[in-house]
Design a protein around this ligand. Structure first.
Ligand code: HEM
Length: 492
């Protein structure tokens, strides 16, 4: 849409053809520092011509009190169908409960709330902590890691698999589907990722109908609402909501929190000296680095900041902006562990995040375990930190170093190479494609760029990736100390 095509009720001075977080964009700056303050210098409400998924127009408010009012105003604003996923595979169910409006919404929340109480989350703690420790154990004896791939992307998937009663061996598969769903710009990939995950979740639902256990899917298939069981559409909507609700969000927030500690050694030292501060610190970092924007559709004409909003208009809910609104927070860009902020990172009102107690525990445990396992860590010198923009501001990489090492490229004289690397050099990564994949994904972060790999094998001193590969990722691969040559054939 060009500025000249905007509807008549939209004041021209509020129209923006560029909104910095547009889907598909990337930045090597920290967007919370470089882009957010500039947006707060602008009007309370702007009209972006292309930020809504599918590059459609959308209103974007920036004030905390506006967002709180919008979350509460279910008379004028609906949550229905804000995700494209069911439609992309030609189906017609809703994400349950995030896309359900009142009054039906409260029926689902009443059903689900008991599953996510802080007490139930505490019951999961041992397994969550063990998952964090296992992931950290793989890199703690070295002196560097690429934190996204080594930890942040994987840890929430393990927790999700446990919650749903799914085998942990499915992790790589889920990582691939998640990448296609949430990070691909190719609509066919998004549809394929949706189809694959929905088909798998349907198999699991069928299985639990026959063999119920004590996991969340079993609970859902046996539960009754208003005297009846959930139907197939409700079940898939619920499982899918939990799948996409609790993975990227957690990965992203943990990554921003660790990046903050890596870049602010005084804060890191304070938490090392007194780990009882970690929950308060996490809360403040959730405020400062809120990364999620969801959407609403106007269903009844109303006005916002004196501007008419018409039925059909889309509204963004940028928690990123509301949480740093200078009218709501003193020194909004300072991270102050003593602040106890009432932020809206987990939304507000009836749709406030049901997984928040779990997400908080995941963050706290990740930080506790990381601080306990490795000495003071820093961002590796000489590497660009890339953030993917869009409705979630997700770090693409987070190279960390500790001890004597300053950069991930230099060879540490003091320490032997991590076992994986020397194994690769000796071509003992393992005989199967799965072994190669897990080795590469541990080094690189996510195998997602290789998600169309159609063949991958060790060939003398080469790992041959045969498929569609994201060229910048190849550069990372070559730079990551793997003592092998990588060949990739790029398919059109
Ligand atoms: C740091 C991590 C997380 C963040 C920042 C986050 C953020 C949010 C936000 C902003 C909403 C409101 C969406 C809207 O109304 O438009 C929401 C809802 C929801 N979240 Fe989360 N979330 C996180 C983790 C999780 C986890 C771990 C789970 C599942 C285990 C989860 C499941 C859900 C569900 C089911 C809803 C819908 C609630 C409803 O509509 O009543 N989230 N989340």
């Amino acid at each position: 849409m060009m500025a000249s095509d905007v509807p008549a009720h939209v004041p021209g001075e509020l129209v923006r053809e560029t909104y910095p977080f547009i889907m598909g964009g990337q930045t090597s700056q920290n967007p919370f520092n470089s882009m957010v303050p500039a947006l707060h210098d602008g009007p309370d409400l702007i009209y972006s011509t292309n930020f809504y998924p599918g590059f459609q127009p959308v209103w974007i408010p920036r004030r905390l009190e506006t967002l709180q009012a919008l979350y509460m105003d279910t008379e004028h604003f609906s949550s229905e169908a804000f995700s494209p996923f069911p439609m992309l595979i030609g189906e017609n169910w809703s994400l349950v409960p995030v896309e359900i409006d009142p009054p039906a919404h409260s029926m689902y929340r009443t059903l689900l709330n008991p599953l996510f109480t802080p007490a139930r989350m505490r019951a999961l703690e041992d397994r969550v902590r063990e998952a964090a420790r296992d992931s950290i154990a793989k890199f703690k004896d070295g002196d560097e890691c690429e934190f996204m791939g080594a930890f942040a992307l994987r840890f929430p998937i393990i927790v999700f698999l446990d919650l749903m009663g799914l085998p942990r061996e499915r992790m790589e598969q889920f990582l691939e589907w998640e990448f296609m769903l949430l990070h691909s710009l190719d609509i066919e990939d998004v549809a394929r990722g949706t189809r694959l995950s929905v088909d798998y979740l349907r198999e699991v639902i069928e299985d639990r109908r026959k063999n119920p256990g004590d996991d969340l899917v079993s609970f859902a298939v046996t539960a009754t609402v208003e005297g009846r069981k959930l139907n197939d559409d409700e079940l898939i909507g619920l499982c899918f909501n939990l799948f996409i609700g609790g993975l990227d969000t957690v990965s992203t927030n943990i990554a921003w929190q660790i990046r903050h500690l890596a870049e602010h050694p005084a804060d890191q030292r304070r938490l090392r000296a007194d780990p009882s501060l970690i929950p308060a610190a996490v809360e403040e970092m959730y405020r400062r680095y809120a990364a999620v924007t969801t959407f609403r559709t106007c269903i009844k004409q109303t006005s916002l900041h004196g501007v008419t909003i018409m039925p059909g208009d889309k509204i963004a809910m940028p928690t990123t902006l509301a949480n740093t609104d200078p009218a709501a927070w003193e020194r909004p860009f300072d991270v102050d562990f003593d602040r106890t902020p009432r932020h809206i990172t987990f939304a507000y009102g009836i749709h406030r995040c049901i997984g928040a107690p779990l997400a908080r525990r995941e963050s706290v445990m990740a930080i506790e375990e990381l601080l306990a396992a490795i000495p003071e860590f820093r961002v590796a010198e000489g590497e660009e930190l890339i953030t993917e923009l869009g409705p979630i501001l997700q770090p693409k990489n987070l190279p960390l170093v500790w001890g004597e090492r300053n950069s991930r490229r230099e060879v540490s004289a003091a320490k032997p190479q991590p076992a994986e690397v020397s194994q690769a050099g000796e071509k003992r990564v393992g005989p199967s494609i799965e072994d190669v994949k897990s080795f590469l994904s541990a080094k690189l972060g996510s195998l997602a760029p290789f998600n169309k790999v159609i063949a991958m094998h060790l060939d003398d001193d080469q790992i041959l990736l045969d498929g569609t590969v994201n060229p910048p990722k190849l550069v990372d691969l070559v730079a990551c100390n793997i003592d092998v040559t990588v060949r990739a054939r790029l398919r059109a």
